[in-house]
Design a protein around this ligand. Structure first.
Ligand SMILES: [Zn+2]
Length: 432
């Protein structure tokens, strides 16, 4: 008991000494910190000035240093710290310059809802930077998956700011909202082709899903009913898993030849469906024996891409996209797949391609070689399976949130599972 009181007293004494020394800063210390461009101590000094203090001058100086610190953190990728510094800087002494820095920090950190809450409707407060604010607001709608709202918002500004960046974003948002006519007006060849193929397609809403389907196609209505059922299930099942519920999702069901016309140059020939902002699926599955089950797998796979995209603000790399999409199907990790996965991972590890993360693995998916692609899918599945079995479902939520902040593979892995890509791969290769 006595020891505890003594310990307590010692701590109190230390605290007193510490707070005394922390208070002993002067304006000269502030000037020294500025001269060294040491923004962190500058903030520390200004928070603990002693003697006669002009409060307004102190706040202004503190705001300046916090702004500098925020910009420095932003440049070095510490985006959350940057947001917090800049927010404080604005609170101490508001200015549009600080708020614009705060805006770009929020965008970099993937805080899109906050961007909307804070900046929507205030565009004209930023003078020459109005255009930048408009762009970030449009991006916020887009990244949140609010494609119709993004389209509507940009339509109001495109007359004033008709540059390429705005047009591309408007086209992409309109297309994802199902308006391929507007998309084709502002967008590239991809949307012009989509318009041509889909112009006579029927439309149907089901919850957040909007379906497009070919006219005069015997399997259309059966496929549509099945797709609605599968996707509605996936909406709740995966929503609960990753904690993301998209506000609107466009699903296009293609008659066979339409699919190849619409997807040419986007995905390889052997592809059985894909996600490029919209879920796009050929209906030839239904004419085969296992058709319904296969269609179910493909829909779950592609819908998972929607969620991974939204949860990571579009920043998740291909390997984690495909890992989750395959777990969602669910695809079985057969011994043949394990073998194939190990071959590829061993090779990438041995040749030093995993030093900075799984970028090289993500790169392999771009191949047109079907066997190599199969190895990449298997490797992703193996990584995903191992993550899920050893760290649980929630590990993916943490990882995707880290990716959303712009973190690299190795930063994400180290923050979440305390291993980098090489260590993680070595562990897997030793287990399987
Ligand atoms: Zn996929």
């Amino acid at each position: 008991m006595t020891m505890r009181i003594l310990n307590g007293l010692a701590t109190l004494l230390l605290l007193l000494i510490y707070s005394f020394s922390a208070c002993a800063y002067s304006w000269q210390d502030y000037k020294d910190a500025i001269a060294r461009q040491d923004w962190e101590s500058c903030v520390e000094v200004l928070n603990n000035l002693s003697g006669e203090i002009d409060e307004k001058a102190r706040k202004k100086a503190l705001s300046y240093c916090l702004n500098q610190l925020g910009v420095q953190n932003l440049r070095s990728g510490r985006v959350e710290e940057a947001v917090s510094n800049l927010y404080d800087a604005y609170e101490e002494y508001p200015s549009p310059v600080i708020e614009l820095n705060l805006l770009s920090a929020m965008a970099k950190a993937g805080y899109w809802q906050q961007v909307l809450n804070r900046f929507l409707g205030r565009e004209n407060e930023f003078g020459n930077s109005e255009k930048l604010v408009v762009y970030y607001i449009a991006m916020a709608y887009f990244q949140l998956g609010e494609y119709s709202a993004c389209q509507e918002y940009l339509s109001n500004w495109i007359g004033k700011y008709p540059d390429e960046r705005f047009k591309m974003l408007l086209a992409e948002a309109a297309g994802r909202a199902g308006d391929v006519t507007t998309a084709a007006t502002y967008g590239d060849e991809r949307w012009k082709r989509a318009k041509k193929v889909e112009q006579n397609y029927g439309e149907d809403y089901y919850g957040v899903f909007r379906f497009k389907f070919p006219p005069k196609f015997s399997l259309s209505s059966e496929a549509k009913r099945w797709a609605q059922k599968v996707l509605q299930e996936a909406y709740y099942e995966f929503g609960g898993w990753l904690d993301v519920y998209p506000p609107q999702v466009e699903v296009v069901l293609y008659a066979g030849s339409d699919f190849s016309k619409a997807s040419r140059g986007i995905v390889p020939d052997w592809s059985g469906g894909f996600f490029d902002g919209r879920i796009r699926i050929p209906l030839w599955y239904l004419s085969r024996g296992q058709g319904k089950n296969e269609l179910r797998r493909v829909l779950r796979h592609e819908y998972m891409h929607v969620l991974v995209y939204l949860k990571s603000s579009g920043r998740a790399p291909t390997w984690i996209h495909e890992a989750l999409a395959q777990l969602a199907e669910p695809k079985e990790l057969t011994s043949a797949r394990i073998k194939l996965a190990k071959l590829l991972l061993k090779k990438l590890l041995k040749d030093g391609y995993l030093k900075k993360g799984f970028g090289a693995l993500s790169g392999v998916f771009k191949t047109s070689n079907a066997r190599l692609a199969a190895a990449a899918y298997s490797a992703s599945l193996l990584l995903g399976r191992y993550l899920k079995d050893n760290w649980g479902d929630y590990v993916f939520v943490q990882m995707l949130e880290e990716y959303a902040k712009g973190k690299s593979d190795n930063e994400v892995l180290k923050n979440v599972i305390y291993k980098d890509a090489e260590e993680f791969t070595e562990e897997i290769l030793s287990v399987f």
